[in-house]
Design a protein around this ligand. Structure first.
Ligand code: HEC
Length: 154
């Protein structure tokens, strides 16, 4: 009987001390919820992100530009991204349907600030276990070509 009480006490103690530790963790559950709510409140397509790109003009898909983007994507991005499957980063199929073109280019050109300040990018960083998207030091033209390539992958 005494033995059972001791076990119960130990379990209770362990439970309480775990409860304390949780609140010091770097990514607590409430923080995750907060980020999710911030994202849910905004329309993702109206979010242009943070960075050098404030407006992108898009017409019919430019096949040559998309082909140049494909070469660039394969050289600089496939270490972490696949088109149809989650890898180190998200699958990029359909990305132009869930993000604005400005947001995509700012994510490519300015990922450090995006994952710190942009609500969608912050949520992605949590979802991808804190693995930060790398800045591949592309020019705006190179990033625009990759955007055109993504438009062919919806
Ligand atoms: C070192 C790995 C790495 C490299 C290299 C990388 N990315 Fe990423 N990318 C990520 C991760 C991880 C995320 C999710 C956000 C985060 O955790 O920072 C991401 C997110 C993204 C997103 C947002 C996807 C979505 O669903 O909204 C886009 C777009 C993107 N990357 C494009 C690119 C492009 C284009 C390149 C090449 C120029 C590239 N990435 C290179 C790791 C990488």
């Amino acid at each position: 009987m005494k033995f059972k009480v001791i076990i119960l006490l130990t379990v209770a103690l362990a439970w309480f001390s775990c409860g304390d530790k949780k609140s010091d963790g770097p990514v607590t559950e409430p923080a995750k919820e907060e980020v999710k709510k911030e994202v849910a409140d905004a329309d993702p397509m109206s979010n242009k992100g943070i960075g050098p790109i404030s407006s992108v003009t898009m017409g019919e898909i430019d096949a040559d530009l998309a082909a140049a983007g494909e070469v660039e994507f394969k050289a600089k991005c496939t270490a972490c991204h696949k088109i149809s499957k989650r890898h180190i980063g998200p699958a990029l199929k359909g990305v132009t349907e869930r993000r604005s073109p400005e947001w995509i280019m700012n994510m490519i050109l300015n990922p450090e600030e995006m994952v710190q300040k942009d609500p969608i990018a912050k949520q992605l960083l949590v979802e991808y276990n804190g693995a930060p998207m790398a800045n591949q030091n592309l020019t705006e033209d190179e990033a625009r070509a990759i955007l055109e390539y993504f438009r062919t992958k919806n």
